[in-house]
Design a protein around this ligand. Structure first.
Ligand code: FAD
Length: 478
């Protein structure tokens, strides 16, 4: 058993006297914040506590002020914004607390980034059982969104792999939550977008891996039907699968794309002469230094990029370092600036399989008709639902697209997309959503009332709120 960062913090996550108590008083600043899509934004009070004690001071102080946690700000919309209240930045609460190699678990603070965790774990032969498409998210943010990866059809969401977490609630109490203990709080916190309290720490199960390499099988598909049937047929052949879709192809090529399947590579299979990349940088590659002018991501340049990508995506098997397969966008820092000052939204819909082909076609047609160029359209299959009351994935297919802010045409476009998703019996993802409304959201999430009731019991004073929670009426009216 190893305690990498601070052996004094016990695994049950309770606040022991004297642990990392910051002598400095809790300071706040007024800051402008936005989500990753840089669409909209808020000015709010921000705290950046250096210790759990300082965090509980933030909860105790200014009881009239609402609070929300903010990790690395990779949610696209307004989940980690709180225009009327305060935002608590968790970046200084990022210690890895314990690696249990016998029990195959790692325990860390909620502000620990997956980048930091993976650079600690992979050289020791472990991987996280679920990772999203970027490693620049915190454990708290990943659990609050109950993130899914390219293996949802096999492994479910991250919430399925949490042994336990500790939650600081508005009374100042720390609750230990798991599927067996404080289960209602657990189910409301996993996917609860920070509205139940602060995730102070979590113990996550690990996946042993022999190498940092991934065997990648690529298959090109000429249209949406072929791409979807490849995804359905081949998902059981690999642990991970994802398809990139050319969001701008029209007519007979609508929905053409490339299916990519992946599996961790055992040592015996490492190709001769291939040295495994050892370390993993904890920061992104070179950053986009300024907001791109709008022509950079105009329909013409994106169509050209997509055509080149499609043409280069030859069928075959290759070996990739895991960052290239799991986190391709992390290679470019601040890539969200490519969409210019006006920003963009990410539209991610989950569609039941029986309705997926028709609904995906209609979504792609709508976006293509608006010439809202989408660089990145991603299709993944999803498996059974998890425990989180507001968790996004359920059996089906998810389609995620970046949609640039096309000014006043954006809201009506989003409404039309929402109508297609609702009609198909689908739903939207809170971690991505910027524009839907409360009635649409409620129609998509049948367990919303249960969530509101559980949240109300955990936070009777109504201390936790966010701009998104108010927009979508996620909380009980008090
Ligand atoms: C390029 C890219 C690819 C992505 N790919 C995927 C993907 O494949 N699958 C997927 O599921 N998601 C994906 N996402 C979304 C991302 O995983 C989630 O938005 C995640 O929540 C971001 O974590 P964060 O630390 O940046 O949290 P933030 O964006 O800062 O916050 C997100 C939510 O978590 C809450 N939160 C943060 N920390 C805590 C805490 N300590 N305690 C309680 N609540 C907390 C916040 O209040 C907020 O509601 C992607 C995002 C990007 C930018």
């Amino acid at each position: 058993m190893t305690a990498p960062d601070d052996a004094r913090v016990p695994r049950d996550g309770t606040l022991p006297p004297g642990v990392a108590v910051s002598a400095s008083p809790l300071r706040s600043a007024k800051v402008s914040l936005s989500g990753w899509g840089r669409f909209g934004g808020d000015r709010s009070v921000a705290y950046r506590p250096e210790s759990w004690r300082a965090l509980s001071d933030a909860v105790a102080s200014a009881p009239e002020q609402t609070l929300i946690a903010r990790g690395l700000g990779r949610s696209y919309g307004d989940s980690a914004l709180n225009g009327d209240g305060a935002v608590v930045l968790t970046e200084r609460l990022g210690r890895i607390l314990d690696l249990d190699e016998e029990g195959l678990t790692v325990t860390c603070e909620g502000g620990t980034s997956l980048a930091r965790l993976l650079s600690f774990l992979v050289p020791r032969g472990y991987f996280l059982p679920v990772v999203p498409g970027t490693r620049f998210v915190t454990v708290g943010g990943a659990l609050a969104a109950d993130v899914h990866g390219k293996n949802h059809h096999v492994d479910g969401t991250i919430g399925r792999h949490v042994e336990e977490l500790t939650l600081l609630v508005s009374s100042g109490e720390t609750l230990r939550c798991s599927p067996r203990e404080n289960a209602e709080a657990f189910d409301a916190t996993i996917g609860g977008m920070g509205l139940t309290g602060f995730i102070l720490s979590a113990r996550l199960r690990l996946l042993p891996v022999e190498t940092p390499l991934v065997r990648v099988v690529k298959r090109r598909a000429k249209d949406l039907d072929e791409l979807l049937s490849r995804l359905y047929e081949e998902e059981r052949l690999s642990r991970y699968s994802v398809a990139w879709v050319d969001g701008l192809a029209r007519g007979r090529s609508l929905g053409r794309g490339i299916l990519m399947r992946g599996d961790h590579v055992p040592l015996a299979e490492v190709p001769r002469g291939r040295t495994s990349p050892g370390g993993l940088p904890e920061s992104a590659g070179p950053s986009v230094p300024f907001d791109a002018p709008s022509f950079v991501l105009g329909p013409l340049s994106v169509a050209a990029f997509n055509a080149v990508f499609y043409a280069a995506g030859r069928d075959g098997t290759t070996y990739a370092g895991f960052p290239g397969f799991f986190f391709p966008l992390d290679a470019v820092g601040a890539w969200n600036r490519l969409y210019g000052r006006r920003g963009f939204i990410q539209y991610q819909a989950l569609l039941p399989r029986e309705a997926a082909a028709e609904a995906c076609r209609r979504l792609l047609e709508e976006i293509s008709r608006e010439r809202a160029a989408s660089f990145l359209a991603v299709l993944k299959t999803t498996g059974p639902e998890g425990r989180g009351l507001l968790s996004f994935p359920r059996p089906g297919v998810t389609l995620g697209l970046d949609v640039p802010n096309v000014g006043e045409r954006l809201r009506p476009l989003a409404r039309r997309l929402d109508a297609i998703v609702l009609e198909a019996g689908g739903r939207l993802y809170l971690a991505k959503d910027s524009l839907t409304d409360a009635a649409t959201f409620a129609a998509m999430y049948p367990r919303l009332a249960e969530f509101r009731a559980a949240q109300g019991r955990l936070d009777p004073q109504g201390r936790f709120s966010s701009t998104q929670a108010r927009r979508l009426a996620l909380l009980e009216r008090r």
